[in-house]
Design a protein around this ligand. Structure first.
Ligand SMILES: Nc1ccn([C@@H]2O[C@H](COP(=O)(O)OP(=O)(O)OP(=O)(O)O)[C@@H](O)[C@H]2O)c(=O)n1
Ligand SMILES: C[C@](O)(CO)[C@H](O)COP(=O)(O)O
Length: 235
């Protein structure tokens, strides 16, 4: 366990890995897809287990993969890890994982699909919440100009991109705040949106390009190149 981060607060992590990966189009659930002989989930878990003050790890998997033993061949999981089946939407899967996270101070929700997120990103998110934020998410400035459009594709606005961030995971929250947000029964494409709806302030901390989400075959090729470059650098 990495004790570099000083905040003495217990951290629970929910790794959501129950998506099918429609856009990737593999023949196994996306989190189980292999890069250089290891599943995306195993890369994600390897990083999560280095989070300081980690007290509880919950992995949310597709129906039918619902035990730590069943998961053992896909990704070695530490003793005490709880494995639960997810739901139809990411929000459903997070809600299932959150129900198992137990008594911790801070909860991080992390996409298995962001398998290469550096531990330093986790540390920044935890530090922001430990310092008093209700929530914190990693984000990167956007490099494209973003347009708002209506249903016909007509542009309705051009927000100033200086005030925009593309957000990643892990997304971290005070545990009670996140539970209240999920109790609302609402859905959203990220966890922060539910917390924002309750009126809490969520901070953006520096993200990392390595926290990219494996979504398409092009992303998987990028992951292959990344891992190959790491292997080459230790040869
Ligand atoms: N019902 C779902 C949907 C998504 N996820 C997880 O949420 C993360 C982000 O989702 P995404 O990358 O969109 O994964 P998929 O839903 O699998 O992808 P797609 O939309 O292409 O089917 C992934 O780690 C995925 O496993 C989940 O646990 N349960
Ligand atoms: C949570 C997330 O990764 C933040 O960028 C993203 O919103 C997940 O979206 P997806 O459509 O489920 O990939």
């Amino acid at each position: 366990m990495n004790d570099a981060h000083a905040a003495p607060r217990s951290v629970g992590v929910v790794v959501v890995a129950a998506g099918s990966g429609t856009r990737l189009g593999a023949d196994v659930p996306k989190a189980f897809v292999q890069v250089a002989g290891r599943s995306l989930l195993s890369y994600a878990v390897e990083r999560v287990t280095q989070v300081a003050h980690l007290a509880r790890l919950v992995i949310v998997v597709p129906e039918g993969h619902g035990t730590a033993t069943a998961l053992g061949d896909v990704a070695p999981v530490p003793e005490g890890t709880v494995v639960v089946p997810g739901g139809a939407e990411r929000t459903d899967s997070v809600r299932a994982g959150l129900a198992e996270v137990g008594e911790v101070d801070i909860v991080l929700i992390h996409d298995a699909a962001r398998a290469f997120t550096p531990v330093a990103v986790f540390d920044r998110v935890v530090a922001a919440v430990a310092a008093g934020a209700s929530g914190a998410v990693p984000g990167l400035p956007v490099v494209d100009t973003i347009k708002a459009v209506d249903a016909d594709g007509t542009i309705t606005g051009t927000p100033d991109r200086a005030g925009l961030r593309a957000v990643q995971t892990p997304q971290g929250f005070d545990a009670d705040v996140l539970r209240a947000a999920y109790a609302s029964g609402l859905s959203a494409t990220d966890d922060a949106a539910l917390v924002e709806t309750l009126g809490h302030h969520v901070r953006v901390v520096a993200g990392d390009p390595l926290a990219f989400k494996v979504t398409t075959p092009e992303d998987l090729a990028r992951a292959e190149r990344l891992v190959a470059s790491w292997a080459a650098s230790v040869d």
